[in-house]
Design a protein around this ligand. Structure first.
Ligand SMILES: C[S@@+](CC[C@H](N)C(=O)[O-])C[C@H]1O[C@@H](n2cnc3c(N)ncnc32)[C@H](O)[C@@H]1O
Length: 414
């Protein structure tokens, strides 16, 4: 009973949709807080949390998912640099927001990307906002362990970080570019800027909201963006901005959108939010090493190698899936297999398209093909586990979740 009440409380406070996180996540946080407050009776904890802002904040800190790392989805940061360069005006100060910034890796990556793009410290400023006071404290402390550095290309770390006890810290020039504060996205006063932002990163948050909250969040983000400003969302969220007054920035794999100026088109309603948390839906399994920014225009340039052709073919499948054109995505995937042969990534995208199209058997079949070709494909393990769970195959889901947990653990071992 108390769990349901807590779910409602969290939904009202921060928009968290209980269906987007595992029920056990909320139960775990609840147990943690009851132990920390030395309360054994759920009713007593309920009285405490509903009467104390401090305890509500502690519960929020315990329940949110802070998962993040430096340069998560590299193309998003390349898109930031490209947008900032293309829209540069003499004397203009570029304002960037990372909301939610979690423990700070995202806004610090944005600062590094801006420096790499040739901007001076005086050209831009970044704000990091997150509802978790614990995450904000960690962001300000800015000491990062191995888990914050994923993927193969870590050249940025040597250039922008220094070793300190406990890990790495961005150098002072990077730290100075970012300021942090704790605030709730739905507190429109607390998150209202003194000046509109040019770029907003709102990545991997909308997936935790239901449809109504997604719409509210996007309306607010639109309101705090300057005309022509850019919004970056997470891969699993890329179907949402197009329905809420944004247009695609046409930057493959960046999940970038521009604020649409004219309000002439009637705004369609979002389809219902998925019942389960889609995890990094359209992110490639093996992040490619850093690509030069000029790669962003590769979609329009004539591809030269088979690898280029394959990449742009996969990007086309992904674009169709992102736009909700599932039949087109499936057809393009079939053509991709005919042309280039079977590959894990294309079966993964096919799995996603069938999953989104409510064809669980076909989705399972394609996810299994992906795992046959790439047994450690994490996104597929996560999606297939969720799908099997939905289908009632709890043992199958458990086996895959355990495999995923082992992989995650391995990647965290220092
Ligand atoms: C998965 S992290 C995403 C971090 C980063 N944007 C990224 O993509 O790597 C989600 C973050 O959203 C924050 N969050 C959840 N609800 C929020 C809300 N209503 N307002 C602001 N931040 C929120 C959580 O505290 C958590 O740090």
């Amino acid at each position: 009973m108390i769990t349901t009440d807590i779910e409602k409380l969290l939904h009202a406070a921060i928009g968290m949709n209980a269906e987007s996180v595992s029920g056990s996540g909320i139960q775990f946080a609840l147990k943690q807080r009851m132990a920390a407050t030395h309360l054994t009776e759920p009713a007593a904890y309920w009285r405490l949390v509903t009467g104390s802002r401090h305890e509500l904040q502690e519960l929020i800190n315990a329940v949110v998912i802070p998962e993040t790392w430096f340069f998560r989805d590299r193309e998003a940061f390349a898109a930031l640099a490209r947008h900032a360069r293309a829209n540069r005006r003499p004397g203009q100060h570029i304002r960037i927001l990372s909301l939610p910034c979690s423990t700070g890796e995202e806004p610090y990556s944005a600062a590094m990307a801006m420096f790499d793009a040739g901007f001076a410290a005086s050209d831009f400023h970044i704000e990091g906002i997150d509802v978790s006071t614990r995450n904000i404290a960690e962001a300000e402390q800015a000491v990062y362990g191995r888990n914050s550095f994923r993927g193969e290309d870590l050249a940025f770390r040597a250039r922008f970080c220094e070793q300190v006890p406990g890990g790495y810290r961005p150098v002072a020039t990077v730290l100075r570019q970012v300021t942090f504060r704790a605030a709730n996205l739905f507190d429109v006063t607390a998150t209202a800027p003194s000046e509109l932002y040019d770029v907003v990163f709102c990545r991997n948050l909308l997936i935790y909201f239901d449809r109504t909250r997604q719409e509210r969040a996007l309306a607010h983000l639109r309101a705090i963006l300057a005309p022509g400003g850019m919004l970056l969302v997470g891969p699993a969220e890329s179907s949402l901005p197009g329905l809420c007054g944004f247009v695609s920035a046409r930057m493959p794999m960046a999940f970038a959108f521009l604020k649409q100026e004219a309000e002439t088109t009637p705004r369609p309603t979002l389809p219902p939010a998925p019942k389960v948390k889609p995890q990094r839906v359209l992110r490639p399994a093996t992040p490619s090493p850093t690509r030069p920014t000029s790669r962003l225009s590769a979609a329009s340039a004539r591809p030269e190698t088979t690898a280029d052709l394959m990449r742009s073919s996969l990007a086309a499948i992904e674009r169709a899936a992102n736009a909700g054109q599932l039949d087109e995505a499936k057809a393009a995937a079939g053509q991709h297999i005919d042309r280039f042969g079977p590959a894990a990534e294309v079966y993964y995208l096919l799995g996603l398209a069938h999953d989104a199209g409510k064809e669980p058997d076909r989705a399972i079949e394609n996810y299994r093909k992906t795992l046959y070709l790439a047994p450690d494909h994490r996104e597929t393990l996560a999606h297939l586990a969720l799908l099997l769970q939905r289908q009632g195959d709890l043992d199958g889901a458990k086996v895959l979740s355990a495999r995923l947990a082992r992989l995650e653990k391995r990647s965290r071992v220092p």
